[in-house]
Every structure is written in structure tokens, then in C-alpha cells.
Write a protein that binds this ligand. Structure first.
Ligand code: PLP
Length: 396
């Protein structure tokens, strides 16, 4: 493809824009992964990544994409034929459920409408009905990237506790980690699955399992076959900062800098920045006169927004118009939402200017395609970003 001048706007909901200091660290010469400099790096990132998950326990770092960490969560804790309760929030919960089947587990899937999040009350009813405690795990996606819907994980925890059920709780935070508040220890999550390419602002290629004591216990009797993804050898090597095989050395160099940036800004400010951007994007969509995919205001995602185009207009045609005219990538609709929605990523490394630029580029695309829309989206978003409009009004 021909070179397009100016920075490409990568406004898909991950992978996200990588800040220059992280790119520089990833681009530094590779070091000996069995040498003393690496041990220091390994110990440093393995310790500091814990605070991003809000856990005091070990976090495993794999050289894989998020799907590898999904698989790791399952194969380390479960046995063939185990039942696993899942909630259909969208494309990613569906893919995770498909993986459980491929691995020989028996998913019990509560259907959803792809416009709302996990219904903890319905989950509780399923768990209460399981008198024999045959369900071994509950697995949910915190932030459904296909729809822009975030679920209440504390409520899922309460549902399990209220049903007095011993199931493990597995949670996917791939598009929420370091963007939306998440508390592995406080919410009693057993395995949290994360990835490097979204809120952590790294390129794709690292994925995580934060693990509870109960998950470690479960791993001792779990019978699903595993080798590369096994926790035990990894934990043993990690104790001295090393890995049982060649790790993604350069991405770990980048992770160290990503953690520096996250610590410098502070998680609370990062979450507030994401909340503000999300509200600004929703205000613009409202001004345009478009519906957003998430139906429930208490479940609006702060890291991405899926915007529905009016009937008869192609979201994919809009996306390609925007790409061609403005050098900006927007996320596509997945599965049944293909061509129906476009997704705006507002996570990781972004500024007020990049948010306003994103919205202006969408407006340009709408105009170019002759899609009728209400003027003034950028202006309405600007009010939120300036702090001129009360965010409280929306949730009322
Ligand atoms: N889960 C969620 C919520 C995701 O958004 C993604 C990818 O975008 C995945 C799982 C799969 O991760 P990966 O594509 O890195 O394997």
C-alpha cells in the first residue's frame, strides 16, 4: 500500500496505539534470557504487573495472544467433561465457549442479546439449581469487545457466594485491563485472563493469567492435558525471574516501560480518562442521532463504543471511507453485527486531541458517504472533555 503521510489513527478496540517510549524499549537489542540482566527484568515485571490486576499473588506471563491465556485458564484448572457455566455477551464469550467444547469441557451457556452484560441473577439461579455442584467453573468476559458492554464482576462473585456454590470464577479482562477498574483479589476471581495489546499499550504477543490460591489448588487435580501452558513449571522458573522457555524478551522490555507509564499516570486517573473519553464518544453518537449497541447505561464500556448505523447504511463502507480519506482505522462489527456497527476504540494511549480527531474523522466519513447525521458531535464531545457537562446526567 502507498504510504499515507501523518500518523495512522488506530482507533480499533485493540491492538492500540503504542507510545514511543514503549516502542523504543521493545526495539532495544535483545538480551540473554538466561543472564543476570534478564533476571532483574523478569523479577521487576512479574512483581509490578500484579498491581494492574490488583492482586498480591502471582501473575503468569505467556508469549501468546489472549486466546492462549483463555486456554491456559481452562487447561490448568479443569478436567475432561467438566461443566462450565458461561454467559453469552457477544462474539468473545462465544469464542471462549467454543474453545471449552474443543477442549472436551461441557459449557452451559446462558443466552444473551449481545446488547447487555452478564445477568448475575440468572447465573445465581443456574448455580442454585446445580445441587450436586457439577458446575466446576463460571467463566465470563468483563468487557465484551464486540458490543462495548461491561459486566459487573463483583455481582457475579456475589451470585456464586449467595448460591453457596464452590465453582471457580474465571474472568476475561482482555479489553478492560488497565482501562476499566478491575480487582482480582477483592472480587475473589480465581483466574483473570489478560492481554498486552489493549490497555497495557504494548504490541500483541503477551498474555496473562492472574491466579488465586484456590486456582492453584484446582490445578493440582485438573486433568486436561497441558504442557507449554502449565502453571507449575512457569511458577517455579518465575521465582528467580526466568521462564521455562525463551520468553518474548523484547515485549517484556516494553512491559517494564508500560508499567512505568501506568504508575506515573496512576490507575485511578487512567480509569477516569477512559470514563471521560467514553462519555464524550457517547455524547457525539447521541448528537449524530445514532444508537449505541449497549442498551444498559450501567454497563456502558469505558474502553470502546459500538455505534449502530441507521438501517440501510453499511458500517463497513463507512469504515473504508474513513480509512481511505483520513488514514484512521475503526473496528468492524463481528458475527451478527458485521456491517451493522462500527466500533470506536478509546483505550490505552490516547489524548483529548486524538479523541476529537477520531470523532471529526468519523463525521467526515459520514458526510462523504451521504449518511444523514446530526451536526455537532465533535462539539458535544468537546464539552465533556472540557468538563462543561455533568457526566451524572447520563446515568440518570
Ligand atoms: N477476549 C476479548 C474480550 C477480546 O477482545 C479478544 C481479542 O480482541 C480476545 C479475547 C482474544 O484475544 P486474542 O485475539 O489476543 O487471542
Amino acid at each position: 500500500m502507498k504510504y499515507s503521510p501523518g500518523r495512522h489513527f488506530l482507533q480499533i478496540p485493540g491492538p492500540t496505539n503504542t507510545p514511543l517510549p514503549i516502542l523504543a524499549a521493545v526495539g532495544k537489542p535483545t538480551i540473554d534470557h538466561r543472564g543476570p540482566e534478564f533476571a532483574e527484568l523478569g523479577l521487576n515485571v512479574l512483581k509490578r504487573i500484579r498491581s494492574v490486576f490488583k492482586t498480591n499473588r502471582p501473575v503468569i506471563i505467556y508469549p501468546t495472544s489472549g486466546s492462549g491465556a483463555w486456554e491456559a485458564a481452562l487447561v490448568n484448572t479443569l478436567s475432561p467433561g467438566d461443566r462450565i457455566l458461561m454467559f453469552e455477551t457477544g462474539w468473545f464469550s462465544t469464542l471462549w465457549a467454543k474453545m471449552t467444547k474443543a477442549l472436551g469441557l461441557e459449557p452451559e451457556i446462558i443466552s444473551g442479546d449481545w446488547r447487555s452484560g452478564v445477568d448475575a441473577g440468572v447465573m445465581e439461579a443456574h448455580l442454585r439449581a446445580d445441587k450436586q455442584h457439577a458446575i466446576r467453573a463460571v467463566a465470563v468476559v468483563h468487557n465484551e469487545t464486540s458490543t462495548g458492554v461491561a459486566s459487573d464482576i463483583a455481582a457475579v462473585r456475589r451470585a456464586i457466594d449467595d448460591a453457596k456454590h464452590p465453582a471457580l470464577l474465571l474472568v476475561d479482562t482482555i479489553s478492560s485491563l488497565a482501562s476499566i477498574d478491575y480487582r482480582h483479589d477483592e472480587w475473589g476471581v480465581d483466574v483473570t485472563v489478560g492481554g498486552s495489546q489493549k490497555g497495557l499499550m504494548l504490541p500483541p504477543g503477551l498474555a496473562f493469567n492472574a491466579i488465586s490460591e484456590k486456582a492453584i489448588e484446582a490445578s493440582k487435580s485438573a486433568k486436561l492435558p497441558r504442557s507449554f501452558l502449565g502453571w507449575d513449571e512457569m511458577l517455579a522458573s518465575n521465582a528467580s525471574g526466568f521462564f521455562p522457555y525463551t520468553p518474548s524478551t523484547n515485549l517484556l522490555q516494553g512491559l517494564k516501560v508500560a508499567l512505568d507509564l501506568i504508575e506515573e499516570e496512576g490507575l485511578d486517573e487512567i480509569f477516569a480518562r477512559h470514563d471521560r473519553a467514553a462519555l464524550a464518544i457517547r455524547r457525539a453518537a447521541e448528537q449524530w442521532g445514532f444508537e449505541i449497541q449497549c442498551r444498559n447505561p450501567s454497563q456502558f464500556s469505558s474502553s470502546l463504543t459500538a455505534v449502530r448505523l441507521p438501517e440501510g447504511y453499511s458500517a463497513d463502507a463507512l469504515r473504508s471511507e474513513v480509512l481511505q480519506r483520513t488514514n484512521m482505522s475503526l473496528g468492524n462489527g463481528l458475527g451478527p453485527l458485521a456491517d451493522r456497527v462500527f466500533r470506536i476504540g478509546h483505550l490505552g494511549d490516547f489524548s483529548t486531541a486524538s479523541m476529537l480527531g477520531t470523532l471529526a474523522a468519523v463525521e467526515l466519513g459520514l458526510k462523504a458517504r451521504g449518511i444523514p447525521y446530526g451536526r455537532g458531535g465533535v462539539d458535544a464531545a468537546g464539552d465533556i472533555l472540557l468538563g462543561n457537562s455533568s457526566p451524572i446526567a447520563e446515568s440518570a
